[in-house]
Design a binder for this molecule. Sequence first.
Ligand code: HEM
Length: 147
Amino acid sequence: MMSRYAIYYPMHFLGIAMIVLALGAFAGHYFGGATEPHPRKKLLAIVHGIGLVLAIVGGFGLMKVFGIKHSSYLQNPWLLAKTLIWVFLAMAPFLMRKAPRQALLIFFLCIASFVFAASAAKFKSFEAWSANFKTAPAEAKPAESKP
Ligand code: HEM
């Protein structure tokens, strides 16, 4: 049987790619000075929305792969952080439309959130993250090994 990992990992990434590219298109439109909605708003909203679903379904699937109980979900600080980022990325197009003059700021916050969400998944805690700063590259490793 095909491993869940082989399904949920690409699914998580497909979702993320769809989210961030749609956000990039929205952001460029608004910080480019547009006051009207994006001419392909509907298409972008669909890409963004399907991306959000795939990212969260993939994320929950990955939890299963890593043996993290879904019931302990919000007790995991790094998963909580990722969920808040997911909520922020979900709201970002709305925020940009409401405050187009802040679109550039929101755009950079989306970039920062992405880096944080990915690193949070890898290191799982600030201790593990900072420990890797002090480790020689050859010994550097994520908090847990892959299945
Ligand atoms: C509620 C939402 C989310 C959940 C439950 C979730 C869960 C997970 C889990 C369990 C992993 C596997 C961790 C591991 O490799 O040990 C993972 C990996 C990853 N997630 Fe998420 N995630 C969520 C949202 C996001 C968001 C919004 C982003 C980016 C914008 C993101 C980016 C990544 C990346 C890049 C990886 C791969 C890390 C790696 O293996 O190097 N995730 N996620």
